[in-house]
Design a protein around this ligand. Structure first.
Ligand code: XBP
Ligand code: MG
Length: 249
């Protein structure tokens, strides 16, 4: 097998985005007159439901907060407000990429291996993050971007990965997904992909037993990543040579 494509998740993988998502949800609740505040412990639980609109709906159904009916009736507007606020903060440079991400994107492009995105996040937010974190033309580095409502069933369903693979014209055995969460890992595995996992702030207790490798991050020269799934393994860089080894197994 030859590595033909690298498919990146976005939130938690390219950057630690979820605190800014949480802040933007809370600000948009306030803007619509809702006194809801999603604190970190609650948000950790709510993250089990992927997609912003789906997450708000789940919160209303589970906790029946005041204003829930209004929020559901204006769900599109509420989520658009959240997307606008989050996108503006990202464009201001509030987030930086996780270690090794920019390096691996560079190496992948230089080697002619295709890049793609598979995320449940809104496409506007993906583009904002790529531009602000890497370069104004960074969205064009990705041959395929599968984002938001492009598929009906979000992660952990495999749909977004299957959608991306079809457009890449790539067999899952010739690609690798980089993910930070159990929901993302399950989606990629169900699409037939091997996964390298880099757990993050909200996903460090997730179950990554289906991953080919689990690292603290992708690593930088001089600051290699800790291998989390193999006791005693030496620190390493997640680079193209390492990913090619995984695909060949
Ligand atoms: C993470 C998510 C998203 C974001 C919010 O997705 O679950 O729902 O929290 O995104 P991934 P939107 O890790 O697959 O990128 O509000 O834009 O839906
Ligand atoms: Mg993620």
């Amino acid at each position: 097998m030859t590595l033909e494509a690298l498919i990146f998740d976005v939130d938690g993988t390219l950057a630690e985005t979820e605190e800014l998502h949480r802040y933007s949800f809370n600000e948009s609740f306030r803007a619509l007159g809702l006194d809801w505040v999603w604190q970190p412990d609650l948000y950790r639980e709510l993250l089990q439901v992927t997609g912003g609109k789906e997450r708000i709906r789940h919160y209303v159904e589970r906790f029946a907060p005041a204003g829930g009916d209004m929020a559901l009736a204006r769900l599109g507007e509420l989520h658009a407000e959240k997307t606008r606020r989050y996108g503006a903060l990202v464009a201001q440079g509030m987030l930086k990429p996780r270690p090794g991400v920019a390096r691996l994107l560079r190496e992948t492009r230089a080697a002619g291996v295709k890049l793609a995105i598979a995320t449940t996040s809104d496409p506007a937010n993906v583009a904002a993050l790529l531009r602000a974190s890497f370069a104004p033309d960074a969205p064009a580095w990705f041959s395929v971007v599968g984002a938001g409502d492009i598929v009906a069933a979000k992660k952990p369903a495999p749909d977004v990965y299957l959608w991306v693979l079809e457009r890449l014209r790539c067999e899952p055995s010739n690609a690798i997904a980089i993910e930070d969460s159990e929901n993302g890992l399950r989606a990629a595995r169900a699409a037939g992909l091997k996964v390298v996992a880099t757990p993050g702030f909200y996903t460090d207790t997730d179950d990554f037993s289906g991953a080919s490798a689990v690292f603290s991050d992708l690593g930088e020269p001089g600051a290699p990543a800790r291998r989390l799934d193999t006791p005693g393994a030496r620190d390493d860089l997640v680079d193209l040579a390492f990913l090619q080894k995984i695909v060949s197994r």
